[in-house]
Design a protein around this ligand. Structure first.
Ligand SMILES: Cc1ncc(COP(=O)(O)O)c(C=O)c1O
Length: 383
């Protein structure tokens, strides 16, 4: 008999809609293909490795962990050794392994909605309990403002979870969590504190890596999917106490990271200057989004990532559809009145801004008098 686990029955599958329109700004990837010189270097290195595929990969991904440790040291100014770095197939697998090793049946993980939707799903896949921390203000639904220290402390005191997850900059709000809040979480938490820094390179704020020496139960997760533009390769990593990382080895699949992933990531890291060159351009496009959306009368939330959550829409579902109809895909994250858009190339960002301007102008035509009159209150958008 094939019967799905009881706790999985009725669960929804993760999935940003895959709609193949010309401008895809819905999954926070880099809009730029790899620089040709790096693509060629990766291809050449892969050609060398392909004949060795008869053998399993380096189970410890030693070369890649050394390269990641160097990269993190360079970026954060904190001396990190390969022993304090773990690597897996994207930070999704990092979280899956973490929950399998340190949460699991009968234990609970605490998160702060609105945040990255995969964390609760990975908790459920590993049969871990998931707790959504209470919103700051009761009756306000999902509060898209930056996370406060008070909210974190209260939730930790109340729930006493085995793991707490903070996302900085947060997805979908784009707002960073300040280090004082992370430190307060480390002081208050009875168990592990994980900071997901998937978008760290898009902000100048200091990394939680700078707190590792003070808090041995703190772990920082990062990825090569975003700023490095390597989402297709699936490489995420975790930085923290080597003994905690040893626990992960008990649950990971043997040889979990393929020779091809390891090779591609190592070469990309060796060319990090070229790979990260586009980050400043992506930030420039993010700033254009913030300015353009403000100019259209939309409320803009955090400014720290490679995407922007914007609000003030009376019907975000209809706006999403109207954008798709104009060849632009953004993300409806389920926060009423808001949508999330990833910074694209200059042309993609312009296409989004002009499509949205057209949609809002059409809606303004519909609702003209009352919307114009009501717009000071932030209300009244028809779409
Ligand atoms: C906050 C956050 N963490 C992790 C990830 C997943 O990254 P990866 O591609 O490394 O699995 C994402 C992807 O959108 C994200 O937004």
């Amino acid at each position: 008999m094939s019967r799905l686990r009881d706790d999985l029955v009725g669960r929804a599958v993760y999935g940003a809609p895959e709609v193949f329109v010309p401008v895809r700004l819905n999954t926070n990837e880099s809009p730029f293909p790899l620089p040709p010189s790096v693509a060629e270097a990766i291809a050449a290195a892969l050609i060398d490795r392909v004949p060795t595929l008869n053998r399993y990969p380096d189970r410890e991904a030693t070369g890649l962990r050394v390269a990641l440790a160097q990269y993190v040291t360079e970026r954060t100014g904190v001396a990190v050794s390969a022993a304090s770095v773990w690597v897996a197939n994207g930070s999704n697998e990092i979280f899956s392994q973490l929950f399998a090793a340190y949460a699991g049946p009968g234990r609970r993980v605490l998160g702060f909605p609105p945040s990255y939707s995969m964390h609760p799903l990975l908790a459920s896949a590993t049969a871990s309990g998931w707790i959504d921390a209470e919103p700051e203000l009761s009756g306000h639904g999902l509060d898209p403002r930056p996370l406060t220290r008070g909210r974190v402390e209260r939730a930790l005191r109340r729930h006493q979870p085995e793991i707490v997850v903070l996302v900085s900059p947060n997805n979908p709000t784009g707002a960073g969590v300040d280090l004082a809040t992370v430190a307060a979480a480390c002081e208050e938490a009875p168990g592990l504190v994980i900071v997901d820094e998937a978008y760290a390179e898009f902000t100048d704020a200091p990394s939680a890596v700078t707190l590792l020496a003070d808090y041995p139960r703190l772990l920082v997760s990062r990825t090569m999917s975003k700023a490095f533009g390597l989402a297709g390769a699936r490489v995420g990593y975790l930085i923290g106490d080597a003994e905690l990382l040893a626990g992960i080895r008990l649950v990971r699949l043997p040889y979990h990271l393929s020779t091809l992933n390891q090779c591609a990531a190592e070469v990309a890291l060796a060319h990090r200057g070229a790979m990260l060159e586009m980050v400043s351009e992506i930030r420039r496009q993010r700033d254009r989004l913030i300015e353009g959306l403000g100019g259209l009368g939309c409320e803009v939330y955090g400014r720290d990532a490679n995407f922007v959550l914007f609000g003030g829409l009376a019907d975000s579902g209809a706006t999403w559809q109207a954008l798709v109809d104009r060849g632009v895909l953004v993300r409806d994250v389920g926060l009423p009145g808001t949508l999330r858009v990833t910074a694209g190339t200059d042309a993609e960002t312009s296409a989004f801004l002009s499509a949205l301007a057209e949609i809002l102008a059409l809606a303004g035509g519909d609702a003209a008098g009352s919307d114009a009159a009501g717009s000071d209150s932030g209300e009244g958008r028809r779409l």
